[in-house]
Design a protein around this ligand. Structure first.
Ligand SMILES: [Zn+2]
Length: 409
C-alpha cells in the first residue's frame, strides 16, 4: 500500500467516526454536531496541504491553492460530506477525500499551477435534513434563491439560518458563485450499482447523468362485489393496471442503451379484499442517458395506457416531474481517458442513474465524473464499501488531469 492509499484510508476512517448513529452506519445531517466535526477535520487537512480555507453562505467548504495567473478560474475537485440516515462511509466522502489527496499530491510534489486548484466539500446533497437535495451545488449555481434557502426548515421546524448559526456558520456570506470563477468541476463518486464490480473494471467514465420523468397513471373501473359479479361483467381497474405494468419492462428493453422503467408505487381503491377495484393509481419512473429515449418511452407508455381506454375502463396520464439528462464535458472525458491510458488503468463508459452535484455544476461549468466500484452494488446503508485501492487509482487519474487543467509546471 502506498502513502496515497494510506492517507485515503485514514481520511475515510476518520470521517466515518462523525456519525450520530455509531455502529449503525453514517448519519451526518447538514449543520449537525457531526457535520461540524467532519468540517473541522476537512478544514484541518486542507490547511495541512497548504490550501487557503473558506466557507460560503451555505457552509460549503473550499480549500484553494492559488495559481500564478491573475484572476484565473479554478479547477474544482470534490463531492459532498453529508449522508442519508444510517448510510455508509463512502457516498460523498470518497469524492471529498479524493480532492484532499489530489491537493496532498500537489503539495508533496511541489506543483505550481497557473489556474487555482480548489478542493470542495459540499453540504446537503442528500437532502436528508432540508429536503430537495443538491442544496450546496444549487446555491453555488444560483438555482436556489436566498429567499428559498431561508424558508427551508427541517422536520423540527429549525430553519437553515438557525441551524447554520448553531454550528457557528455565517449564512449572510455570499452563496452564488460567478461561473467565470470556475474552469471545471471534477467529482469522484461510488457507483452505487453493480456494473463495475461485475465487469471487474476499476473506473467508470461517466458519460451522462441520466434524465428522468415520473408519470402518474390513473385507471378508473367499476367497483363490485367479489362474489356476486360474474367474471364477464367486471371492469376491474387493478387487472387493467396490472396488464399495463407487465408490459413496461419490454418498452425499456426495446429502447435499449441502459434505459430503465419502474413502477414503484401502486394504490388500489377501495382496497378491500372482497371488492373489485374501482380505481388504481400507479407511478412510472423512466430514466435514460439520452433525452430522445426518455421522450420515446413517454409516448410509448402513453400509447399503451390509451389502448386500455375501452370496455368501461378510463385512463389518464399525468407527468409529475421531468429532468433532462446532463452530458459530461467531452473534452474533459477525453483527457481523463488519455490519463487512464497513460497510467494503464482500465475503464469503461457508464451512465449515472442517480443525481449528483456534478449535474448541477454542468449548467455553470465544464464537468466530469469518475465512478469506482461499490461492493455488491450497495449504497445508502452501513454495508456500503469501496476499495481504497480503487479510490487511489481514481485520485491518480484526477491528479494528472488536474495538473493538465490547471496548466501546472
Ligand atoms: Zn452521493
Amino acid at each position: 500500500m502506498n502513502d496515497s492509499q494510506k492517507r485515503i484510508e485514514e481520511h475515510i476512517e476518520a470521517l466515518s467516526q462523525f456519525t450520530a448513529t455509531p455502529g449503525q452506519g453514517t448519519t451526518r445531517l447538514t449543520y449537525s454536531k457531526e457535520d461540524l466535526q467532519a468540517r473541522q477535520y476537512i478544514k484541518e487537512k486542507m490547511k495541512e496541504y497548504g490550501l487557503q480555507v473558506r466557507e460560503d453562505g451555505l457552509g460549503n467548504i473550499f480549500g484553494r491553492l492559488e495559481g500564478t495567473l491573475q484572476d484565473a478560474p479554478s479547477v474544482l475537485i470534490g463531492s459532498h460530506f453529508d449522508s442519508v440516515p444510517n448510510g455508509g462511509s463512502y457516498d460523498g466522502p470518497a469524492g471529498v477525500v479524493a480532492g484532499l489527496e489530489v491537493a496532498a499530491l500537489f503539495a508533496k510534489n511541489n506543483i505550481k499551477p497557473k489556474y487555482p486548484l480548489e478542493v470542495i466539500a459540499l453540504i446537503e446533497e442528500e437532502g436528508s435534513r432540508f429536503g430537495g437535495g443538491l442544496m450546496g451545488s444549487r446555491g453555488i449555481a444560483g438555482v436556489l434563491s436566498e429567499e428559498d434557502f431561508q424558508n427551508l426548515t427541517d422536520q423540527d421546524g429549525v430553519t437553515t439560518v438557525e441551524a447554520m448559526a448553531g454550528i457557528g456558520l455565517d449564512s449572510s456570506l455570499p452563496k452564488k458563485r460567478d461561473p467565470k470563477t470556475m474552469k471545471a468541476y471534477l467529482e469522484l463518486h461510488i457507483e452505487q450499482g453493480p456494473i463495475l464490480e461485475e465487469k471487474g473494471i476499476p473506473i467508470g467514465m461517466v458519460e451522462a447523468i441520466v434524465g428522468l420523468t415520473q408519470l402518474e397513471i390513473t385507471v378508473e373501473g367499476k367497483a363490485g362485489h367479489a362474489g356476486t359479479t360474474p367474471m364477464d361483467r367486471r371492469t376491474d381497474a387493478l387487472v387493467a393496471a396490472a396488464k399495463m405494468i407487465a408490459q413496461l419492462p419490454e418498452i425499456a428493453l426495446s429502447e435499449g442503451e441502459g434505459s430503465v422503467v419502474t413502477t414503484g408505487r401502486l394504490h388500489v381503491f377501495p382496497n378491500g379484499a372482497n371488492v373489485i377495484p374501482s380505481r388504481t393509481v400507479f407511478t412510472v419512473d423512466i430514466r435514460s442517458g439520452k433525452e430522445e429515449h426518455i421522450l420515446n418511452m413517454i409516448s410509448q407508455v402513453q400509447q399503451l395506457v390509451d389502448s386500455y381506454n375501452a370496455f368501461g375502463i378510463k385512463t389518464s396520464v399525468q407527468q409529475q416531474l421531468y429532468m433532462a439528462p446532463k452530458a459530461m464535458n467531452p473534452e474533459i472525458i477525453s483527457l481523463l481517458k488519455e490519463k487512464c491510458g497513460e497510467l494503464d488503468i482500465p475503464y469503461c463508459s457508464i451512465n449515472s442513474g442517480a443525481g449528483h452535484d456534478a449535474m448541477v455544476f454542468s449548467d455553470v461549468t465544464d464537468v466530469a465524473m469518475l465512478f469506482i466500484p461499490s461492493k455488491d452494488g450497495l449504497s445508502h446503508c452501513p454495508e456500503e464499501w469501496s476499495d481504497s485501492q480503487d479510490i487511489a487509482n481514481a485520485v491518480h487519474i484526477l491528479y494528472e488531469a488536474a495538473k493538465t487543467l490547471t496548466e501546472a509546471e
